[in-house]
Design a protein. Structure first.
Lengths: 432, 223, 269
């Protein structure tokens, strides 16, 4: 029995969160720009406030700040209809670099009247720098008259900076609280699993159930080899899946053997089209083009999405997106497939399709399947082992009948017992 | 006809933009604009970008007007407006005829940009429709609870603030799952990464670039 | 009473989503709207709420013509709870979230406080006023969304698949709340895929298929006709399956099942 609390010494080392938070906040920036009212062809540049916020949340190196600025510049060039698209490619990288520099040195990290004013200063200065460079470059290249520059463009930058300052100040503190909730020690203990002794055999179909908050997601993430500093971790436990000792295997190896489809499967799909998404997993592994194409069409056929390579991901239905997420993990030949509440937001028809796909993957392709589920009526004909968790602990593991009987008699998440089984158990009781 | 490599199109856009900066003759600039419009129409993408083209056209006329009002000569105002329009059209054209994956592949393989950043560009564009749907959903919820859009633009701005907050919080929550998922998919592996999108420059790319560079050099030196 | 007559709606004037829908919803009823994915269920409720406008047709609430109403007009009569709690909560505190609707509808300070308190009590969220909505569990978020709709004191509540993604325990709580509100006089329009919920709680069920109204009657009328149920693309409630297996006749709900089982046991003894 061992602890697996931190296989990486430095919590944030190599963490990818700075990439994902910047991506999502910049996307918000693009939307806001689209829907904000524009004054005379110039709309507020929300991008700046958003990447400034991202930089303050994750405190990247100035080099990374420069990169973030380049991304912001490219995105702005590609999505804005402003007068001089190229100006963003100059203003944003410089502003990004300086913002990250200021954030890393915490130059403005002080309080004024008991309120930390760092966000206000950072947002203001970054906007002034970015906006100032932008309008100056525009003026020079397009040869605008000096009056417009001094009396219209610069003041606009000033107004934008003040607005940005307000937005940044209001958003930063609550955002920071949520961003760091996983680093908070108190919350960490809430999400830690304890005393979990579990063996999952090759080729089995295991279902994990329990109320929300009982630890299902944490268990699944641990098996899949997710980085511990995002969640609580697991103590005093012994987990064997497909003869792999989860507690003593390197995360990278687990990632290779285990493919996970998370509850938020939309967040897992990161490219534009179906084909690109599947190729993404293979490109990361360095496969050659022919291999990628071959494996891709194989796996699309397995999940029933053949021929949809050029479809935009945003145009897919919930069930199709699920199947695409499954395809992305199948394509790297993981022998273990882990799914977190796959049918939570899907209609009954779609649910039946997903489970028949999972059953096929289990019986025909011999994948070991582990699913976290509440709705137990869909799994009765494919499940080989049912596990119930409560409060971060494993309460019972066994065949479906055995486990349901345990849940019924010990009143652990008895609400999930399907009606048919409940009647059977009650009749059984009466007979005794 | 437009099957050039992404890099070629990027360089062409840059060349024509550079030309428009260096040339100070409004007639030549007008000629460049005509070339761009012809290319645009023959590319078949005019439906996609038609609206933006018109808007920019109107904006450039406005710019022309403002310049005149501020006392610049007709020639300078024309140059200003034409320059703006040529540059923005070149970018628009490049984007409309190139897939995003091709652009990022070109940036990484040929412009030596680190992959993380190129990835971020495509990922931002991918999430934009989803987040737009989220913002619309929140607007609907607010409407169902009695929100009426006010005529006062300042008040409207304040109302926008209310949407930003949940969107930002949701983004933060999602960033965690996304980070876990990327890592599990081998994103941070430092070994060589391949790209499906074709980026090699072929014969036709080199010839087109040569022609473009030579003619631009000629135009610039003449005017 | 809510009356709809000949409501039609199509996307881009081409694909018909709702085709001549006519129905009446009486006060105090729990009416379930069922149908396959894409049958038009959610579109119908969105049109009732004014989020979308029908192409033609007529809608009336009591004696008021609401055909062209906008959601802000409807807010004081109908509360709408959307499917995804993550896309419904936007305030900085639970209190602010619930107070949003009363404030927008012009309640004065005291009235706002009173209705917030009442809504939080009704949904079991008292004590969480200062918590941030984003940090709540999924079940509590959905209850908060319901409380926020209730605070405007509507007479009708539209629930769009309220149990999606909830665990079984929260599901039970939500349904119990729904029943409680209905007993207190609230009319409920429930869009759901879950036949067990319909069998157990709905007074009437309306089934849509490809935009057409294919059934309008009681759950018993629907589920006792297996052929019809399956033809409409629906499943039978679990209790019906189990009842068949044990030869107990048509049992819509677990309670009926238990009753019949008890009766049978007694008669054997």
């Amino acid at each position: 029995m061992e602890n697996k609390t931190a296989m990486n010494k430095n919590q944030n080392e190599g963490s990818l969160r700075w990439i994902t938070i910047t991506t999502l906040l910049l996307a918000i920036g693009v939307i806001l720009r689209m829907i904000s009212p524009s004054i005379g062809g110039i709309s507020l540049n929300w991008n700046i406030v958003m990447y400034c916020l991202a930089i303050m949340l994750c405190r990247p190196t100035p080099g990374q700040g420069l990169g973030i600025g380049i991304v912001a510049g490219l995105v702005a060039t590609m999505t804005s209809k402003a007068a001089l698209p190229y100006a963003n490619l100059v203003s944003e990288p410089i502003a990004g670099y300086l913002c990250a520099y200021m954030a890393s040195k915490r130059i403005f990290d002080f309080k004024l009247v008991n309120v930390n004013v760092e966000p206000a200063f950072m947002a203001f200065i970054t906007t002034i720098i970015s906006g100032g460079i932008f309008v100056t470059v525009t003026k020079v290249i397009i040869n605008l008259p000096i009056n417009i520059y001094l009396y219209a463009m610069l003041p606009t930058v000033g107004i934008m900076a003040i607005l940005g300052m307000i937005v940044g100040q209001i958003l930063y503190k609550p955002a920071n609280k949520i961003f760091n909730v996983s680093n908070n020690e108190k919350n960490k203990n809430k999400y830690t699993l304890n005393h979990m002794n579990l063996t999952i055999n090759k080729g089995s179909f295991t279902v994990v159930t329990g109320v929300n908050g009982s630890g299902k997601t944490t268990l699944l993430l641990t098996i899949a080899g997710a980085r511990i500093n995002y969640f609580g971790g697991i103590k005093n436990s012994k987990l064997i899946v497909n003869d792999i000792d989860i507690m003593h295997t390197e995360l990278a190896e687990l990632n290779h053997q285990v493919g996970m489809v998370m509850a938020d499967y939309e967040g897992q799909l990161v490219t534009e089209t179906v084909g690109d998404e599947i190729a993404f997993s293979l490109e990361n592994l360095g496969l050659e083009l022919n291999e990628i194409l071959k494996k891709r069409s194989q796996v699309l056929e397995m999940v029933g999405l053949s021929g949809l390579e050029d479809r935009l991901i945003t145009s897919l239905s919930g069930g199709q997106k699920q199947r695409l997420a499954i395809a992305t993990v199948l394509v790297v030949d993981s022998s273990i497939l882990v799914l977190d509440e796959p049918i939570a937001a899907i209609d009954p028809e779609g649910a039946i399709e997903i489970y028949s796909l999972l059953k096929e993957l289990n019986t025909k392709y011999h994948k070991t399947i582990i699913v976290a589920e509440h709705d137990l009526k869909y799994i009765s004909d494919c499940v080989t082992q049912l596990i119930v968790l409560d409060n971060g602990e494993l309460k019972y593991a066994g065949t479906m009948d055995e486990c349901l009987s345990f849940m019924y008699h010990s009143k652990v998440y008895a609400e999930a017992i399907p009606l048919k089984s409940k009647i059977y158990l009650e009749l059984g009781d009466q007979k005794c | 006809m437009f099957n050039f490599a992404a890099l070629t199109k990027i360089i062409l856009a840059l060349i024509i933009s550079l030309c428009s900066i260096l040339i100070n003759d409004s007639n030549v600039l007008f000629g460049l604009l005509m070339i761009e419009l012809i290319v645009m129409i023959s590319s078949g993408k005019i439906n996609k970008i038609g609206k933006a083209v018109v808007m920019l056209g109107i904006f450039s006329l406005l710019l022309y007007g403002i310049q005149l009002l501020c006392g610049s000569s007709v020639e300078i105002s024309l140059i200003s407006a034409l320059r703006m329009v040529i540059m923005s059209f070149s970018v628009m054209l490049m984007l409309a005829t190139t897939k995003t994956q091709q652009i990022t592949a070109a940036l990484v393989k040929q412009c030596y940009m680190p992959y993380s950043y190129a990835f971020m560009v495509t990922a931002v564009l991918r999430f934009v429709p989803d987040i737009l749907a989220e913002s619309q959903a929140i607007r609907e919820v607010q409407a169902c609870r009695g929100y009426r859009e006010s005529a006062n633009p300042f008040k409207r701005l304040m109302e926008y603030m209310i949407i930003i907050k949940p969107m930002v919080f949701r983004a933060i929550e999602r960033s965690e799952h996304m980070a876990i998922s990327l890592e599990m998919r081998g994103f941070s592996r430092t070994n060589k990464r391949t790209f499906m999108a074709e980026t090699k420059l072929q014969g036709i790319d080199y010839s087109v670039l040569l022609v473009a560079t030579l003619s631009s050099a000629m135009l610039v030196s003449l005017f | 009473m809510l009356k709809l007559k000949d409501i039609n709606y199509s996307y881009n004037k081409k694909d018909k989503v709702l085709d001549c829908i006519t129905l009446e919803i009486h006060e105090g009823e729990i009416v379930a709207i069922a149908g396959r994915n894409g049958s038009g269920k959610t579109t119908l409720t969105r049109i009732i709420m004014g989020i979308m406008n029908a192409d033609n047709g007529f809608m009336q609430l009591d004696d008021n013509d609401i055909t062209k109403a906008i959601p802000a007009d409807m807010a004081k009569y109908i509360g709408y709870v959307f499917q995804n709690p993550d896309r419904q909560l936007f305030a900085s505190s639970v209190f602010e979230e619930v107070a949003y609707a009363p404030k927008k509808l012009g309640f004065n300070g005291k009235e706002v406080d009173a209705s917030v308190k009442k809504a939080l009590d009704a949904t079991g969220l008292t004590g969480l006023e200062q918590h941030s909505p984003q940090m709540l569990s999924r079940g509590l978020k959905q209850r908060l969304a319901i409380a926020s709709a209730l605070a405007a004191k509507p007479r009708i509540l539209i629930l769009d698949e309220p149990t999606t993604g909830q665990d079984c325990r929260e599901r039970t709580i939500l349904l119990r709340l729904m029943r409680k509100f209905n007993l207190e006089g609230m009319t409920i329009i429930l869009v759901t895929h879950d036949m067990d919920i319909i069998a157990e709680h709905a007074h009437k069920v309306v089934v849509l298929e490809k935009g057409l109204l294919k059934f309008n009657g009681t759950p018993l009328e629907l589920f006792s006709n297996e052929a019809l149920t399956l033809k409409l693309g629906l499943e039978l409630p679990e209790a019906v399956h189990v009842g068949e297996e044990y030869n107990l006749g048509i049992c819509l709900t677990p309670r009926e099942l238990y009753k019949k089982l008890e009766e049978r046991n007694h008669s054997h003894v």
